[in-house]
Ligand binder design. Structure first.
Ligand SMILES: [Zn+2]
Length: 145
């Protein structure tokens, strides 16, 4: 049996436990504060990303509208539209490369020559904008935030 002197008194044990709980409470308050700041930063980042996505979508619509008007993209859907993974071709709308993880859409003319390669996002925009009235002109995104 252990000697009586090595056992902490009930008062000392209570004081030690109270101090430990105070440390835990301080650490928890600090962690809660950090989590709140991170959530606020995440919300700001989402707002920025959503704004950028809206501007990119608006730019695609504007560019497709321009290409339909100047004849670089057909208004009528050709009989042949071909899908496959990209091999590094450039999308005629956004000029980004279409790599193997993205879907390439080739629009073919009647003579069998490809008219244009588009990534799938720009293809969906083309499908929407080409069906709008010919005098409809999508707006260019403003530079204002
Ligand atoms: Zn594109």
């Amino acid at each position: 049996m252990r000697p009586e002197a090595s056992q902490p008194s009930a008062t000392a044990f209570r004081t030690e436990a109270t101090n430990a709980l105070a440390v835990v409470a301080t650490v928890c308050a600090s962690a809660r504060s950090r989590v709140q700041r991170a959530e606020e930063q995440l919300a700001r980042t989402h707002t920025i990303l959503n704004r950028q996505a809206a501007r990119i979508a608006q730019f695609r619509q504007w560019r497709v509208g321009k290409m339909l008007r100047d004849g670089r993209l057909p208004r009528d859907r050709p009989a042949a539209v071909y899908h496959r993974p990209g091999k590094g071709e450039r999308c005629v709308v956004c000029t980004r490369g279409i790599g193997p993880t993205k879907r390439l859409v080739a629009i073919w003319a009647r003579d069998g020559e490809p008219v244009a390669y588009l990534d799938f996002d720009c293809f969906k925009v083309w499908e929407t904008v080409r069906s709008l009235p010919a005098d409809h002109q999508p707006r260019l995104p403003s530079t204002a935030r």
